[in-house]
Design a protein around this ligand. Structure first.
Ligand SMILES: [Zn+2]
Length: 309
């Protein structure tokens, strides 16, 4: 049912539930949600309604995961720092059963069966490296749900960048956070790169029919497996280590990343040239040695084609 409120159509929880079930979200699912509340138009009950429906659809056996990123803005306090990536993310973070990982820049909040496993130990590794919350979501065969957003916020693509071991992963920034004793600590941490170029994987996913989608009010809801997203990103990277970088001329992050890729490629090329030169030098010495010892036999160019018979 659509309720007319003034000029706006108001979306209900029942409509959201029907839409999510239609694209294949169901009981027991582990789901990473990236969402824009305003993309629905207006939702009756706001972000709480969306979160309530998500938990209802996946049931107690399921696990709901959302980014609660803070990007190193201010001092990260896991119990208090609000998520800066949207109202739905913040509604999950403040849910009474939510656990939040302790990563100082890219924490996630989770509710459900695997919430403890997903959030545990995130602070001991890089934001999206092996052992991080979204790396574990990938291992748990998670689905990715996009509500009114595209791959530019599909954070699991950063996991693919880690798996590929790209040359531009090692950019770092100074971050401040509260440690378990409540003391403010300052530390240099690896900063994940820009995600504005991530929509390049859409074509690959499209060709594989990997995304199911429907409209809920004005929101385009899309569901896909985390594995299909990571595979698509790795496929794009196989041909070009710069494939996921954005084209915006003013993006300093991607400019720096390109320079890091090119420096690594130049280093590889230098090594190949040195190896080749060393090989030539080795051959020259062998030939010289043979010539001085008189052991090298010269033959006419035609000889090597002569059959022994
Ligand atoms: Zn960029």
């Amino acid at each position: 049912m659509l309720y007319v409120v003034g000029d706006n159509l108001m979306v209900t929880g029942a409509q959201i539930e029907a839409g999510l079930r239609k694209i294949g979200l169901g009981r027991g699912d582990v789901v990473v949600v990236h969402a824009s509340l305003s993309s629905f138009g207006r939702v009756k009950g706001g972000a709480q309604t969306v979160v309530g429906v998500l938990l209802e659809v996946i049931g107690a056996e399921g696990t709901l995961i959302v980014p609660t990123f803070t990007y190193g803005l201010g001092v990260f306090d896991p119990g208090a720092s609000p998520s800066v990536v949207g109202a739905i993310s913040e509604a999950v973070r403040t849910h009474p059963n939510a656990l939040r990982s302790l990563h100082p820049t890219h924490s996630v909040a989770a509710v459900g069966e695997l919430a403890d496993v997903i959030t545990d130990g995130h602070e001991k590794t890089h934001a999206f490296a092996r052992g991080s919350a979204l790396f574990k979501a990938l291992q748990a065969r998670a689905k990715i749900l996009q509500l009114g957003v595209t791959h530019t916020s599909n954070s699991i693509i950063h996991v693919a960048e880690e798996i590929a071991g790209l040359p531009y992963l090692d950019r770092s920034g100074l971050v401040r956070f509260k440690n378990p004793q409540g003391k403010v600590v300052e530390k240099w941490l690896r900063r994940p790169g820009c995600s504005q170029g991530f929509d390049v994987i859409e074509e690959i996913l499209d060709s594989q029919d990997a995304i199911r989608e429907t409209m809920i009010g004005e929101c385009r809801a899309r569901l896909m497996s985390a594995r299909s997203v990571v595979d698509a990103a790795l496929e794009a990277l196989k041909f070009d280590p710069q494939a996921l970088l954005c084209e915006r001329p003013d993006c300093e992050v991607c400019a720096q990343a390109r320079a890091m890729v090119e420096a690594t490629e130049a280093e590889k090329l230098d090594k190949e040239i040195i190896d080749l030169a060393e090989e030539e030098e080795r051959m020259r010495r062998i030939i010289e040695n043979r010539l001085s010892g008189g052991e090298v036999k010269f033959f006419d160019a035609g000889d090597e084609y002569t059959s022994p018979n």
